[in-house]
Design a protein around this ligand. Sequence first.
Ligand SMILES: Nc1ncnc2c1ncn2[C@@H]1O[C@H](COP(=O)(O)OP(=O)(O)OP(=O)(O)O)[C@@H](O)[C@H]1O
Ligand SMILES: [Mg+2]
Length: 430
Amino acid sequence: MTNVLLIGNGAREHALAEALVKSSKLYSFMAANNPGISSLSEKIKISSLNDFDALKAFVNEVQPDFAVIGPEAPLDMGVVDFLEELKVPSVGPHRVLARLETSKAFTRDVMAKYSVPGAPRFKVFEDLTEAKEFIEELEGFVIKPDGLTGGKGVKVQGDHLDTVEEAIDYCKDVLKDHQSVIVEEKLIGEEFSLQCITDGKTVKITPPAQDHKRAFVDDKGPNTGGMGSYSCEDHLLPFITDEHVQQAREITELMAEALYKETGVRYKGIMYGGFIVTKNGVKLIEYNARFGDPEAMNVLPIMKTDFTKVCKAVVEERLDDFELEFEDKATVCKYAVPEGYPSNPVKNVKIEVGDSKARIYYAAVDQREDGLYMTGSRAVAFVGIGDNIAEAEKIAQQAVSDVKGPVFFREDIGTERLLNKRIEHMKQLI
Ligand SMILES: Nc1ncnc2c1ncn2[C@@H]1O[C@H](COP(=O)(O)OP(=O)(O)OP(=O)(O)O)[C@@H](O)[C@H]1O
Ligand SMILES: [Mg+2]
């Protein structure tokens, strides 16, 4: 039996745990006691994910064959490098490679240096001398802090900023606590997520999915960590073709190669590309160096290939040994989040989750003697799986609307009305 160390404690990690325990023993290092992960684990350790002394003690105790890193923050801290010193290989990139996510400037510069296609016009600024001129040149602009911001730092013209003056002011703000700021051309199109698994040489794709960042129905309200996502039984999306998916896969293959040329280290882990289909083809918005949350829950539950086997092949650089297979099923994930989320969520309030046909993945909740309590961020994710998206959406909608307590959710995710909106939007562009 393979012993696997899982790091992290959100719904993404619960889905990872569920996929891993099919053929391995699980040891979980968590910042909070996720009841879903705990119920699947041989042993758990609750500690700050940045406490490497606690991690070392747990590694010595459970002797894992390899580790799977869920969230991005430990990657930014160099957890993979630290585990390597303890002779534990990881599914997750070394710190120099985690810059794929943790430094948007690094990613754009590597794309330019090695001619990886799919980048918008962009410039990185450490001071703002020429910034105004460049912003004025662009038809539309996007401002990005260089560094992790938990999905809340990027500001898009038309959504968060309007004038060049506002853009410059925001750049000044960013440079108060960031090394540099990236100004990008605003791309127009429909976004999709393509989570790829790589051993640094071979790139395997998983079914594309679409996330919903805005808090409220019809894409209104503030950006969140993601309110839910869907994928389709044909492993495409209603507004993309197989050609688009192949373009995105090719960009990721070229990027994996470029990262090796740039750093001399193989990227072993997840390259989660945030892509956008524009009238000029597929472009890259960003990479994340881990599975998406919620998008992990659209691909792991329908993976037919044994995930422990996939992880072993990643750490042993033999991913080209086999094909990654997925069920021809549609999936819809809807998150129940606390009232007031994202800016002012209710905390320490009890919720009740009913029985349903949906897969349930626990996130920011705490299992106490008298029940399940929300701890302030996205609480529970419900995933419907069906032969088509209508079936999957119905299962997820029924489950999430059955939650008792002060929560809200986006009922429109995966509905025909919202899918048609995406399709119409693409038609107007092309
Ligand atoms: N060049 C661009 N053109 C158009 N929209 C963009 C562009 N860059 C970013 N966006 C929009 O801003 C959102 C967030 O940007 P990005 O994904 O780079 O930031 P992030 O903070 O890393 O987000 P995440 O939490 O998804 O990792 C994107 O999902 C997209 O909607
Ligand atoms: Mg990101």
